[in-house]
Every structure is written in structure tokens, then in C-alpha cells.
Design a protein around this ligand. Sequence first.
Ligand code: FES
Length: 168
Amino acid sequence: MENVKADKMKRGEFLRSLGLSTSTLMAFYCIGTTMTACGSSDDEPEPNPGGGGSVNGVTGTTTGNAINFTVDLTHSNAKDLKTAGTGKVFGDVLVAFTTANQYVALSRICTHEGSTVGYRKEQNDIRCPTHLSEFSLTGAVEQGPATTPLQAYKTSLSSDGNTLTVTA
Ligand code: FES
């Protein structure tokens, strides 16, 4: 730890001696270190990407071809999904609780070029932010450039309304 600190000090002093600005120095630090202090919120790990025990209220497989997971809707990570007009991504799957109080689950991977799609409350549909393809809640293409529907998954809500199961 001390060595890392000492290394940073030496590097900072060296870079400053070159007359570089503070922002340029930060860029060097981000490139040369572990980047933990420089990452954005987009770098947060996906909840439970591979299966196994419960992580952030999610249990099961959220990626690949064998989608099968449950979401604890009382967990702080997922409780927003009890409010109509919300969407959240779990691994490869976008889950939305629509304005019609229905849970839907679709592949989050746009069939055009693979960007992550999102749920739009106002239109109650799915849209890709990259080239603005739009999809219905069943995954059907409503507007291109995408031409292939999003894969839809089955959803099932427990009788107490607290556990959502998503399966292929
Ligand atoms: S990647 Fe989604 S519309 Fe192009």
C-alpha cells in the first residue's frame, strides 16, 4: 500500500514537473492505476450475471440462453419495480412494470447493433437510445432501423406480489 502511494507521489511529481494540467494528471492516474476511483456508475457490476446465490435480490441466471431468475421486489435493488412505469436491467434482460401494471421481460440487447434498450414510461414502450429503434412491449419492432423483434421472456408474479420470476 505504501509502495503504491509512493509510486503515485513519484509519478505525480514527475508529471507536474512536465507542466501538465490537473485534468491531464488525472487522466494519467486513471490510465496508470486500477481505475477504481475513476470509473463511472456505468461500471457497476450487473446483479448476479451468472447465477448462483442471491445477489442484490436476484437469484438465478440473467445472461445467455438459459434465462431463469427471480427478483425479490422487496429488495432495495428492485423495489422500484413495484411502481408502475419503471424498468430495470438484470444481466441481459430488461424488466418493466408497465403503466398498465403488467410485468414484461425482454432482451435488453437491441437487435440492430446491440445497444441496451430501455423502457419509456410516457410511450409505454421500449426504445433503443443509439439509433432510436422502437419496440412494443411484446418485443415487436415498431420503428427501425432494427428489423428483428426483441426476444421476450415469460414473467410470473408470486401471489404476495413480492417475487417476480423470469424464464425463457
Ligand atoms: S443499436 Fe439499437 S437502434 Fe441501432
